[in-house]
Design a protein around this ligand. Structure first.
Ligand code: SAM
Length: 384
């Protein structure tokens, strides 16, 4: 066992996986187990995939827990193989507990060295983590495995959280109040709630707004089920209805359709909300209304270019307004373009008083190209 302990602790960096098979008893719950070293919340752990019929059950363990788990495995299974870079150590265990060890060469070295412990991208939230609301939302299976069809969504929300996390590294506030515009099925809303409540240990209150009554009802039920008493969903048209009047620290919107994003940004501007994280969605407004008549008519000649240029113009106006309103703004690539073409995130933090540096340029552009842009209209400068 000392040799095995050394592999798990001192030689962890060379370890690729451990395969466990051939249970002594026919009644053993799992017929096969595969374990690999992973990093969860920056801590070295081991993740076991335990196979039963056609199902897989995950178990995450600290190094100490895994050593205890392994001791038990050596009593219950006849075949335990440790795949390291360059060599495989196979332990054959007899029913009486005698262990025969065979070492053979393998060609896994290059792969293992190349990727080491980061074979998979480690997110803030990883597959296998006990986040029950994600099971109810259909992102995780009951054993916390990512549902295949939801993998892209899981990647998106993790990326969103990563960007939020960067902004909160030095934030020591105890409470946070957040509005989510166009929350939809609320995968992001739930995970943002979980992130602030469980990881940042803040008192968090979130309201998610959406047009869809059935989706809002089902999200409220899930929030109630897990006792998330400060997570509420409200049926609301954010372009028309009166929204929360209390102090809000953060506005988020992920693919809130068309001009709903402008209403989210306008709300934040008017209420001087400190943090904004907004990934705009489809943008039809400028594309539908823009006319030729200026120096950039060449960009309006072909439908596809016009559509893309209108979307970029829309986001540029949004960013320019936020800057004028005293926000420090970053425009980030949210996810790969191949993953979603709606991949720009506007991240803004209110840091200073406003000015009107960009206002004249926006006004000139609007007068030349005659487009309608909702944030421009809402902020009161448009002559329409
Ligand atoms: C593409 S979904 C995105 C949902 C969610 N944020 C996500 O990323 O999974 C857009 C959502 O915005 C909602 N929405 C669109 N216009 C809205 C409006 N005016 N007021 C409230 N919600 C709106 C839709 O009902 C829809 O659920």
């Amino acid at each position: 066992m000392e040799n095995i302990k050394r592999i798990i602790t001192d030689e962890r960096n060379t370890l690729i996986k451990i395969s466990i098979s051939s249970p002594f008893s026919k009644d053993e719950e799992f017929n096969k187990i595969s374990v690999r070293p992973v990093t969860i919340k920056k801590k070295p752990c081991f993740q076991a995939e335990r196979f039963k019929n056609n199902q897989v059950f995950h178990l995450n363990m600290s190094t100490e827990e895994f050593l205890v788990f392994l001791e038990d495995i050596f009593k219950k299974y006849a075949q335990i193989s440790f795949f390291k870079s360059g060599e495989t150590i196979t332990c054959s265990v007899s029913a009486g507990g005698k262990i025969k060890t065979k070492v053979s060469k393998n060609n896994l070295k290059a792969k293992a060295t190349e990727s080491g412990n980061n074979r998979r991208k480690e997110y803030i939230f990883n597959e296998g983590e006990n986040i029950p609301a994600l099971v109810d939302l259909g992102v995780f299976t009951p054993d916390f495995k990512i549902v295949k069809s939801k993998y892209d969504k899981f990647k998106q929300i993790n990326r969103f959280i990563e960007i939020v996390n960067d902004a909160f590294v030095n934030d020591s506030s105890k409470e946070i109040t957040i509005l989510d515009f166009g929350c939809g099925k609320s995968y992001l809303t739930f995970i943002i709630y979980y992130y602030f409540a469980e990881i940042k240990k803040k008192k968090v209150k979130i309201i998610g707004y959406d047009l869809k009554k059935d989706v809002v009802e089902s999200c409220n039920k899930i929030a109630e089920k897990y006792g998330y008493e400060n997570l509420k969903f409200i049926v609301s048209d954010v372009t028309k209805d009166t929204l929360a009047d209390e102090h809000i620290d953060m506005v988020i919107s992920l693919h809130a359709c068309d001009t709903a994003t402008d209403y989210a940004l306008n709300y934040a501007i008017q209420k001087k909300v400190k943090y904004i994280f907004s990934v705009p969605c489809c943008q039809h407004e400028v594309n539908k209304t823009i006319k030729t008549g200026g120096d950039f008519d060449i960009l309006l000649k072909h439908g596809l270019i016009k559509e893309r240029m209108s979307a970029l113009l829309t986001d540029s106006i949004r960013v320019a307004f936020l800057e004028d309103m005293g926000y420090s703004v970053d425009v980030l690539e949210f996810v790969d373009f191949s993953h979603s073409p709606k991949n720009i995130m506007i991240r803004a933090k209110k840091t200073k008083k406003g000015n009107d540096k960009n206002r004249k340029q926006i006004k000139d552009l609007q007068e030349k190209y005659k487009f309608t842009q909702t944030l421009y209209k809402l902020t009161g400068d448009s002559n329409e």
